[in-house]
Design a binder for this molecule. Structure first.
Ligand SMILES: [Zn+2]
Length: 269
């Protein structure tokens, strides 16, 4: 599932392409991917320009010049493509927003959705989310306070969107490895030094992943050289059995709170 760096990559690339441009046509292939009747959706979106695109947690918010917001969550398996009808991949798109001859295709929206909301509805939907880990006020003190409140183990707490927003299965494993802490470590057993290391690694891993375009497989547009650049830089996630980049010990693939987890038994304590 795309996480903070993937959505941030989409945001950066889409801002350059569709902001200030009007939506010339809307196609809905799957009504379940939206939240209002198709006609109402079209009426409120067609002809409106995209005023801005922001990100909150794993959501993208397309702000229309009317004040309405298209709230996107790709969930598992969702991705986007931007291009002409001729360039588009041979996949069914559940929703298509056209901007003249190019369109933004929303593909693989099974659990994912594109909801049309007014500002108050969008704010309500976002209100339960935890803080953004890359905000300036997300200090190590705040991190330790938030985590300690949960009295749980590390990984399920890091990926809990109500505790911290935007971190999922991949980056939680990557930051735990970078910090040298086992993902199944009881938070109550973590020292101040552990929290400092985790805070440092959280910034390092997320910022690097953003810089290299996240791990999404599919390019956003033909010639997109940014998207997916971090995939080969993941050192533990989905690398079960491969030698650890630091010590050579095979990476362990395990399950924690019914999710996959990857770690090195030697480098992480
Ligand atoms: Zn190791």
């Amino acid at each position: 599932m795309p996480e903070l760096p993937e959505m941030e990559t989409y945001r950066t690339l889409l801002v350059q392409r569709i902001v200030h441009r009007p939506v010339t046509a809307v196609e809905i292939e799957r009504e379940k991917s939206i939240n209002v009747p198709v006609e109402a959706f079209k009426r409120r979106v067609e002809g409106r320009a995209i005023a801005n695109i922001t990100r909150r947690a794993k959501h993208l918010l397309f702000h229309l010049d009317s004040g309405d917001i298209l709230l996107l969550h790709l969930m598992l398996g969702g991705w986007m493509f931007y291009g002409t009808d001729r360039e588009k991949p041979d996949r069914t798109a559940q929703v298509v927003l056209s901007f003249g001859e190019r369109s933004l295709y929303f593909i693989g929206l099974r659990l994912g959705y594109l909801h049309l909301l007014d500002r108050a509805e969008a704010e309500r939907k976002m209100s339960g989310l935890g803080p953004e880990p890359l905000e300036y006020d997300f200090t190590v003190e705040r991190l330790s306070r938030l985590l300690r409140r949960k009295r749980s183990v590390l990984k399920p707490t890091l990926t809990d969107q109500k505790t911290i927003a935007g971190i999922g299965n991949c980056y939680s494993d990557e930051m735990c490895f970078d910090a040298g802490i086992l993902p199944n470590r009881a938070i109550g057993m973590m020292s101040d030094e552990d929290f400092a290391a985790l805070h440092r690694s959280m910034h390092k891993v997320l910022n690097e992943a953003i810089r290299f375009g996240g791990y999404m497989e599919n390019p956003l547009f033909p010639g997109d050289a940014l998207t997916g650049g971090f995939d080969s830089r993941c050192v533990v996630y989905d690398r079960g059995g491969e030698p650890c980049v630091r010590c050579g010990t095979p990476i362990v693939q395990d399950e924690l709170a019914s999710r996959k987890v990857f770690y090195c038994t030697r480098c992480q304590r």
